[in-house]
Ligand binder design. Structure first.
Ligand SMILES: O=P(O)(O)OC[C@H]1O[C@](O)(CO)[C@@H](O)[C@@H]1O
Length: 404
């Protein structure tokens, strides 16, 4: 059955094949808003917070104009951009086509590669390797309220194990509610206590507590507040031996504004260790875990690709296949997990992630159109109560496929 709300898809797709991919052409569509409102706001912000010269600024402005134009075509990466060959393959069908005709997920991912080219991230020189989003991330991490936000951890050891796990799981989930890209055009986000659209939290607890500890892989999303909450969950898993070891999968380069890279993990640990109480102790334990090889950071290039997790390359696929659990954080990872397509919201989650290996869970605040695995009653309820529920950040979910 189709949803009453039908988000605007990209025109590829057929009646018999997969649902159509979301696009950016429809004037009323979500993707168009990202290219026409969010990206211009982002570029203004970058130019305010980085001392870029005239060349960098004009290249950024051109990128925004070109990618939002109805006629400009997608150009291949610059000759010297690392990974150019891979991008030429990933974008074979799209280079030379108008931006407005390529799928939303591909276009958004490629936009961030081009943004890095514009500021000289790849070119030898003073801006090489400099994260354009670092000032925004640093401002979030400097928020004096962060320490008070973790005070609830003190005393958690007196809770039942299942309750303590649940509290940390929800903190990690809600940490995703308002990333920096999202806040460029919106305030707020999912409220604690609003019922989750889907909640496999109990099954997840049974999965983790009913087996010998194994390797847990966390496919991270945003730095800052969200990463702090993720690190606290990771510490809890290691401390309680629900995980033997944890791999944090960061992005290999700056991406989607606030996505975590290796230096963000370091910076969050530094911030966490300045906190009193349990949060500060967790930072010490995490450093020890890293020194002992129980906590590792990986940054596979695939994580900045426009591909779905069903297309994992061999090494990463093997690692995730043998994991006790893979945790996929956030909206973008969800889009890549289930396919950024206009699926019926009631499509079974397990069917949507069938090509992805390993037992897995998605912790996501909804910030874009795709969603699967919901009950019909849930869809009807939320449609009636909140027309913008798919993209306004007010809703969240925990969806698991654990037998995989
Ligand atoms: O940080 P998250 O949760 O992955 O959210 C990123 C989301 O933000 C957007 O870039 C714009 O809302 C989406 O297209 C994207 O999926």
């Amino acid at each position: 059955m189709n949803d009453r709300h039908t988000p605007t898809p990209h025109p590829t797709g057929s009646a018999s094949g997969p649902a159509p991919a979301f696009g950016i052409a429809d004037p009323a569509g979500f993707g168009r808003g990202v290219f026409h409102e969010r990206h211009p706001a982002l570029i203004r912000r970058l130019c305010e917070s980085n001392p870029y010269g005239p060349g960098q600024r004009s290249r950024l402005r051109e990128l925004v104009a070109e990618s939002a134009s109805d006629t400009a075509v997608v150009r291949p990466p610059e000759e010297t951009t690392p990974g150019r060959e891979r991008w030429l393959a990933w974008g074979r069908e799209y280079f030379g086509e108008p931006w407005r005709d390529v799928p939303f997920l591909w276009a958004e991912s490629y936009f961030y590669l081009r943004l890095l080219e514009c500021v000289g991230y790849f070119a030898p020189g003073p801006w090489q390797g400099v994260d354009p989003f670092a000032p925004m991330k640093a401002a979030e991490l400097a928020d004096p309220a962060l320490e008070a936000d973790t005070a609830w951890l003190d005393g958690l050891d007196r809770s039942e194990p299942a309750e303590a796990f649940r509290a940390l799981l929800l903190a990690s989930l809600y940490g995703n509610r308002a990333d920096l890209g999202f806040r460029l055009v919106r305030d707020g986000g999912a409220e604690d206590g609003v019922p989750l659209l889907a909640d496999d939290g109990e099954a997840l607890w049974r999965h983790l507590s009913g087996r010998p500890p194994g390797d847990v892989h966390v496919i991270l999303d945003n730095a800052g507040r969200e990463l702090l909450a993720d690190l606290l969950l990771v510490d809890h898993l290691l401390l309680t031996r629900r995980a033997e070891s944890v791999v944090l999968h960061v992005k290999p380069r700056p991406y989607f504004v606030s996505d975590a890279v290796t230096t963000d993990v370091r910076d969050c640990l530094v911030r966490l260790s300045s906190f009193d109480g349990e949060a500060g102790k967790a930072a010490g334990r995490l450093r020890e875990a890293a020194a002992a090889g129980r906590l590792r950071v990986e940054g596979d290039d695939f994580l900045c690709s426009p591909l779905g997790f069903g297309e994992l390359p061999g090494g990463l696929r093997a690692a995730l296949s043998s994991a006790a659990l893979c945790v996929f954080k956030g909206d973008l990872n969800y889009r890549r997990l289930v396919g950024d397509r206009a699926w019926p919201a009631t499509r079974p989650f397990a069917e949507a992630v069938a090509g992805v290996p390993g037992p897995l869970v998605a912790l996501r605040t909804l910030k874009s159109d795709v969603v699967v695995g919901l009950r019909r009653e849930t869809v009807d309820r939320v449609e009636a109560a909140r027309p913008g529920w798919r993209t306004d950040g007010s809703q969240a979910l925990v969806q698991a496929r654990l037998e995989g």
